[in-house]
Design a protein around this ligand. Sequence first.
Ligand code: ACO
Length: 428
Amino acid sequence: MADKKAQLTIGGETWNFPIMEGSTGPDVVDIRKLYASTGAFTYDPGFTSTASCESALTYIDGDEGVLLHRGYPIGQLAEHSNFMEVSYLLLNGELPNAGELADFENTISRHTMLHEQLMTFYRGFRRDAHPMAVMCGVVGALSAFYHDSTDISDPEHRRISSHRLIAKMPTIAAMAYKYAVGQPFMYPDNSLSYTGNFLRMTFGVPAENYEIHPAVEKAMDRIFILHADHEQNASTSTVRLAGSSGANPFACIAAGIACLWGPAHGGANEACLNMLREIGTPDRIPHYIERAKDKNDPFRLMGFGHRVYKNYDPRATVMQKTVREVFDALNVTDPIFEVALQLEEMALNDDYFKEKRLFPNVDFYSGAILSAIGFPTTMFTALFALARTVGWVAQWNEMISDPGQKIGRPRQLYTGPTERDYVPVSQR
Ligand code: ACO
């Protein structure tokens, strides 16, 4: 394959560019020397045809609906693994043995508390602040509290800051919730699992014992696994771009959280549940399908469509099964599950959605589960941020450890005025 080349002809002159081959997936035309040799840039504003880096973490085949973390299919991880094990896998490249897993869990649990001064930081927010606004602020502020792990050239600093971020996210998210509802902050309890601890910090109160429902703990942990990493999506690319300048990891993850907040990305699960509630009953579904198809109506079916998946999102398959388990375990009779199932069926049989290859994505069912567990919709994206932190951190580490890493600096197609002389205000 070494002699496979791509040829580009501009104005009659032809250049050859090398082709790089991954372990699987599409080949990549290496255009790093394009500008130097031809004086032209490529134009790809949404990065639909651009590989921004090499990565060994996550592989997606969007046409086949495949998602692998370090080679392991997401369905197998969701079924048999747990979030701590998947976190170890993403960070270290291999599944841990029993001793390695116990050590990792122990390390993470030793970093779950927040600096006490951060409590006062929370009190500066309005009670009705969106949890994502609080998360952006508090995670960014970690760099003001943990100076001893912000030297990105030191692998030990990088390791500690990664562990801190993964360990503190549940505490930060739970505190954002507690602050909004006016209840006391709950300190972590390190005798509990990562996920059980998060549920207790969110829904427990100091006045009484909090019983963790095993089905809820399992479903929540599975949701964390399903959101752990997803290749070079918008927020991960944001983390990498912020990190490429040498910014500290806490600042980079805060940037990722900001990007995740948008409704086209992490905010879609909140938007999807709101949409399902607005639809309300199955008889109203056709009206909303028609609206989604109408070019003059900005409405889109939230939780449908994906930049990469042109097939069923494998995470949505697991989510659909998990909704049933949680609803059964908690005796939930919320009609939105029925609305979601029928909406999915009608959309999948509709020519518009078939032709555009629009399928349910991970967010289509996650809102129904989170709502049944008791989370307000505003917390949904915060939970996504909590889980995705491990992916962000693993991708950030991969980037910083790459000796060929450069600051990310795209170019542009300039369409503004060409050079002209300044005119004094009296003559304009
Ligand atoms: N409802 C109706 N039409 C849709 C939808 C939808 N949910 N998604 C895409 N389309 C249509 C577009 O109108 C467009 O039609 P056109 O070719 O006639 O103009 C075509 O399908 C392609 O859509 P694009 O927006 O160009 O595709 P892109 O890859 O840029 O967008 C995205 C992907 C943002 C996810 C889009 O499908 C969408 O907005 N979905 C709803 C929001 C959502 O669920 N986001 C979660 C994504 S998963 C995640 O972040 C975890």
